[in-house]
Design a protein. Structure first.
Ligand code: C2E
Ligand code: CA
Ligand code: CA
Ligand code: CA
Length: 276
């Protein structure tokens, strides 16, 4: 048993070591990718079923490494948060989004896209430098605040409620839109959300995925939509992949749809190919 224990420990420290090395390696690469301007922002157009057209888009960051290939954002965003690179990454994304809004104004308009949503991580949102940065970038690109939406997850809002409300209030006073991302996956209730100055909640795609087969998901999605309506909040459904899901959401009064069924995340240059 002693031997077994020792081997176990050796094995454990070896894999841990490899994992840490890999992390450090990836972090250095991310740092370099940021320095070399290698990160790309894709846009995923969002569809309005009532008006039968696209109306907005979400910015989703992409990183393709020369050796490692495509690295999922969930992986490198977490890494950026741990290493502090998230501030630089967040700024890169915000600037690229503002650049798109100016540079591709006509293309976006021709598709009906009036603005872009930007994901915020907690560390970025709670940083003192965040508000001054947003104002400076908007100013630099001459972008109207109304063209920007910020997405915050429930967990970020629960982390430090009072500070979150303060910063959100400032963003709202500036004229930006605010939404709660991945709604339903955290612990907050809709009633609790009422204290946040938000415009919209994004129903997490785990509740959409198994519609119409999963009766429980149908109930949950309907309840979220009905409650949001009573509270005067807009809803958008994430991860809509089928006609049935889209029809269901329309019937429930959730008109805003994001998902592969209408459009995948894509580089701005590919937006032209979308059927109008
Ligand atoms: P999220 O904010 O919940 O973004 C939605 C995710 O769902 C995206 O994954 C998108 O590609 C994916 N998606 C969209 N439609 C469908 C669909 O119909 N089916 C399925 N299965 N998936 C769909 P992605 O691009 O891998 O991003 C993952 C997460 O990384 C995002 O989740 C967000 O939390 C984070 N992220 C992405 N870009 C940024 C960024 O610029 N800043 C920050 N802080 N986080 C970001
Ligand atoms: Ca999001
Ligand atoms: Ca989401
Ligand atoms: Ca997510």
């Amino acid at each position: 048993a002693k031997d077994f224990g020792r081997n176990q420990a050796v094995y454990f420290s070896y894999t841990l070591d490899a994992e840490i090395k890999n992390k450090i390696r990836l972090e250095q690469k991310l740092r370099q990718a940021l320095a070399d301007d290698k990160l790309m922002v894709y846009l995923q157009p969002q569809f309005n079923l009532q008006h039968n057209r696209f109306y907005w888009a979400e910015a989703l960051v992409r990183w393709v490494d020369d050796e490692d290939g495509f690295i999922p954002p969930d992986i490198f965003i977490a890494l950026a948060e741990e290493s502090g690179l998230i501030h630089e990454l967040g700024l890169v994304v915000l600037r690229q989004v503002c650049h798109y809004l100016v540079e591709h104004e006509l293309l976006l308009k021709s598709l009906g896209i009036e603005g872009i949503s930007v994901n915020l991580s907690g560390n970025q949102f709670f940083a003192k430098s965040f508000m001054p940065q947003v104002k400076a970038v908007l100013n630099e690109y001459k972008v109207k605040p109304e063209q920007l939406e910020f997405e915050l997850t429930e967990s970020v809002l629960m982390e430090n409620t009072q500070q979150a409300i303060d910063v959100m209030q400032q963003l709202r006073e500036l004229g930006c839109r605010l939404s709660v991302d991945d709604f339903g996956t955290g612990y907050s209730s809709l009633a609790y959300l009422k204290q946040f100055p938000i415009h919209c909640i994004k129903i997490d795609r785990t509740f959409i995925r198994d519609i119409p087969n999963d009766q429980q998901d149908i109930e949950i999605a309907s309840a979220i939509i009905a409650m949001a309506q009573k509270l005067g909040l807009e809803t958008i459904a994430e991860g809509v992949e089928t006609q049935e899901q889209s029809d269901f959401l329309l019937a429930q009064g959730c008109y805003c749809i994001q998902g592969y069924f209408y459009a995948k995340p894509m580089p701005v240059s590919q937006l032209k190919s979308l059927k109008r």
